[in-house]
Design a protein around this ligand. Structure first.
Ligand code: URA
Length: 258
């Protein structure tokens, strides 16, 4: 990778503006390796140099990828028009300029949400042609019926006449109202509208995987974890639905949406 200016390196990876970086450098707050650097326009090697600002290491990866376990009541938006946004849940040490939620979960939906500043990756992920499978656990109002499995396989038609791509279903043994569903597209309120089309109602919805990215058990609601670019590429490596369902911890699943 070619050398780049220190101020560009820091501004792309933190919330500091170039003018703040200039002031911090002049104040002796920036280090490259073990040397204090007073001029922010010097060139550094982004792969091998370690940079610290105010004693905090600046990560070398250009983009940030954050997996949030979204709680109820937060909107997937960068604007606060309809309540608090998921961006408010990102802890200060993970914040950079230009973060946005890559994809949407409804305000009352829970689970795996990717937040990033990588527009190119988000575009690849959200393109209607990408068909990344997304797995949710649904809690239904009325018991799951086995006839849903074939109905969902054979293109559910929504109330407005839109046809869905085939979706996979698997009831959970621990409760007659819980099921896994896998869909490969992202229509507005899609899962809720699919169950409405077969006469049921989704009471709670939680996304547990996005492509090959699985929500870790240890990540509590409202918590974020940082991912590396190589982990995020798992988005594009799909997993088999049946084996996912059999491996996903039933105890964990039940606790997810009580
Ligand atoms: N389908 C829905 O109905 N809601 C979501 O948040 C995600 C998928």
């Amino acid at each position: 990778m070619p050398n780049i200016r220190l101020d560009k390196f820091i501004s792309e990876r933190t919330e500091y503006s170039r003018s703040q970086i200039k002031q911090l450098a002049a104040a002796g707050k920036i280090k490259v390796g073990d040397k204090i650097i007073k001029k922010a326009d010097v060139k550094i090697d982004p792969e091998t140099d370690t940079v610290e600002v105010c004693g905090q290491l600046v990560r070398s990866e250009k983009h940030r990828y954050i997996l949030l376990n979204k709680p109820d009541g937060y909107v997937c938006s960068t604007e606060e028009n309809d309540g608090p946004t998921v961006l408010g849940l990102v802890p200060p040490e993970m914040r950079t300029k230009g973060l946005f939620p890559a994809g949407r979960l409804d305000k009352d939906s829970l689970g795996a949400l990717l937040i990033t500043d990588d527009g190119e990756l988000a575009h690849r992920m959200l393109s209607p042609r990408s068909h990344i499978p997304k797995i949710y656990i649904v809690k239904l109002d009325r018991p799951f019926e086995n006839k849903y499995i074939d109905l969902f396989k054979n293109n559910i038609v929504l109330s407005d006449g839109e046809t869905c791509l085939p979706a996979k279903l698997k009831p959970l043994e621990i409760s007659e109202k819980l099921a896994f569903i896998e869909i490969c597209e992202g229509k507005y309120h899609q899962v809720k509208r699919m169950f409405a089309a077969v006469g049921n109602h989704v009471e709670k919805l939680m996304r547990v995987s996005l492509g090959g990215l699985v929500l870790p058990e240890k990540l509590a609601f409202g918590e974020c974890m940082e991912l590396l670019h190589k982990d995020v590429e798992n988005l594009f490596k799909f997993r088999d639905f049946e084996s996912f369902c059999s491996e996903f911890s039933p105890v964990f699943s039940a606790n997810l949406i009580k």
